[in-house]
Design a binder for this molecule. Structure first.
Ligand code: ACM
Length: 546
């Protein structure tokens, strides 16, 4: 009798869990209620709205055609079966809040702001792309969804100085960011190996500074022309993604210094010609005119000035005549004071261009005021720097190496990528971030703008290698940044994630499967055969110290 009872209890429990169908969306929305109805999407389905929603309607139409080969009409007459995009009166809520109802004969997406409408469209597209198209028809289960993000900043940083991937790869990245509701693309365009953004006033920055990359110092110049930058910024804007350029200074300036040595502040034996010269007035005019061109290209009105790791290569400042004069004139006691002076002047210049200043966390110990300034906390081994940034009142974007540097391996079996004293970045660690150690800090609630993953590319040459580091961790990042802590559940996420692998394959992505990690060498073998995968030892050394 006891056994029989247990049997029925288990049966009921398992049926109950089965009945709890998860909404097949990443990131998981705040609220999703299944309705039991079905919507049939086919060529008769009309997308309608008004002139304010036309661009988003067109995006939805194009994406459905591209991925599902169903051609929908846009218009405003309505029809028996339609998708209605509706901007509602503005109320106080996050700009990306939306409601999506998939009913029997209509789908309705409502939001107060276009960003919200776009987020709703992203959700709908995810539902559509996971369904099979049968004779030109797609069946969608009925859902009532209410949603808004946890964090406003949900980003990916790509380093194209170390290796250059080009605009088609960047567009594909932007497509997947839109798919996952990631909304900030931080573009690391200048560093030691190469300068990748055309500056009309200083053409040698790309013609000379664009030559070479991390593995081949003689590789032909690779860079984005201003026309190409505009094209990518436009492409991102259609997906409600802000593009933030990073022009790294005063360190990591080696490529620029190859082109215009007059502005070099020299380097150190290990990092020659690493810095701009903070002692020369001309340097400030030079960099400001570069940033003026940058400002015009990027409507995000945000410029990232790096400002990281200056001490790696500023030894020459101790001997440089101009720097020594500055030290004397300003009564500085050490090189960090010179660095802080330089960063403050450039930050002021950026603020004068009506841009926000973004920088790595080294600026926390500098002289910047907190207005229009955001700190990117990257040194996971220095939690005190995050604490100090919040204490001083800086806005913060979280991107600690562990677990948000995507150039770190994601499984112990993985050959390509970095480790930190044996630690690495499994998808689950990305998912679980940020923990209470971060969110319980004083001021965390109002000063943390969000989080982003950084993909440095010392070790990555090929598109497939890039994919492998991004997928599927990008999905975990998206849910960690969007979904409230209470809604997060790794098991549920894993079930939803598995269904995305088919979409990755359809898009030609070369991804890691964390649920079958032993199969990963199978993915890497072709690259190893081509000799593109450095051996484990070499890659796990923390060669750039960063
Ligand atoms: C960094 O990794 N140097 C920001």
């Amino acid at each position: 009798m006891k056994h029989l009872f247990l049997f029925f209890a288990l049966l009921t429990a398992s049926q109950f869990t089965k009945a709890q169908v998860q909404i097949p969306l990443i990131p998981k929305p705040v609220e999703a209620v299944q309705l039991g109805s079905t919507f049939i999407l086919d060529q008769h389905t009309q997308i309608f709205g008004d002139e304010n929603t036309a661009a988003i309607a067109h995006y939805l139409q194009a994406e459905i055609l591209k991925y599902s080969a169903v051609s929908l009409r846009t218009g405003n007459q309505g029809s028996a079966n339609y998708i209605h995009l509706k901007l509602t009166p503005k109320v106080k809520q996050p700009a990306e809040a939306y409601q999506l109802s998939v009913l029997e004969n209509k789908i309705e997406i409502k939001a107060s702001y276009p960003q919200g409408l776009f987020a709703g469209v992203s959700s709908l597209l995810q539902l559509i792309r996971q369904q099979n198209v049968v004779k030109g028809r797609i069946s969608l289960s009925g859902w009532q969804i209410k949603d808004h993000p946890r964090y406003a900043w949900r980003g990916i940083m790509l380093d194209e100085s170390r290796h250059f991937f080009g605009k088609e790869k960047v567009k594909q990245l932007l497509d997947w960011m839109a798919f996952y509701k990631l909304n900030k693309f931080h573009w690391h365009l200048t560093d030691q190996p190469g300068w990748r953004i055309e500056i009309k006033a200083y053409p040698k920055l790309t013609l000379v500074g664009g030559i070479g990359n991390h593995t081949d110092s003689l590789a032909k110049a690779q860079y984005y022309t201003q026309e190409e930058i505009k094209e990518i910024v436009r492409y991102a804007a259609e997906r409600y993604i802000d593009v933030i350029p990073e022009i790294d200074m005063p360190g990591h300036a080696t490529a620029a210094n190859r082109a215009y040595p007059a502005f070099s502040g020299g380097g150190s034996p290990k990092y020659p010609e690493f810095t701009f010269n903070p002692g020369k007035e001309e340097t400030y005019a030079y960099l400001s005119s570069i940033l003026q061109e940058v400002d015009v290209l990027f409507p995000s009105q945000m410029i990232h000035i790096g400002a990281d790791e200056v001490h790696f290569g500023n030894a020459h400042w101790n001997k440089d005549e101009a720097v020594q004069q500055l030290i004397k004139k300003q009564n500085f006691k050490d090189l960090p004071e010179v660095e802080a002076y330089f960063v403050k002047r450039m930050a002021d210049s950026i603020k004068n261009m009506n841009n926000e200043v973004l920088a790595w966390d080294e600026i926390v110990s500098g002289k910047l005021s907190t207005d229009k300034t955001t700190v990117f906390w990257w040194r996971h081994d220095k939690p005190e720097v995050l604490k100090q940034a919040l204490q001083k009142g800086f806005k913060v974007v979280l991107c600690p190496r562990l677990p948000l540097y995507f150039d770190f391996v994601q499984d112990s079996s993985q050959v390509l990528g970095r480790k930190w004293s044996g630690s690495f970045v499994p998808v689950q660690n990305v998912y679980n971030f940020p923990g209470a150690a971060v969110t319980d800090l004083p001021n965390a609630g109002n000063l943390i703008r969000g989080m982003q993953a950084n993909l440095w590319t010392e070790a990555f040459v090929e598109n497939q290698q890039l994919d492998y580091m991004l997928f599927p961790r990008m999905a975990a990042l998206a849910e960690a940044a969007w979904t409230n802590q209470a809604g997060k559940n790794y098991e549920g996420f894993s079930d939803r994630l598995k269904k995305h692998f088919r979409l990755y394959s359809l898009d030609g992505l070369y991804f890691f499967n964390p649920f079958r990690p032993k199969t990963s060498p199978e993915w890497l073998t072709p690259l190893q055969r081509k000799g593109l995968v450095p051996n484990n030892e070499a890659q796990t050394k923390q060669e750039k110290g960063g």
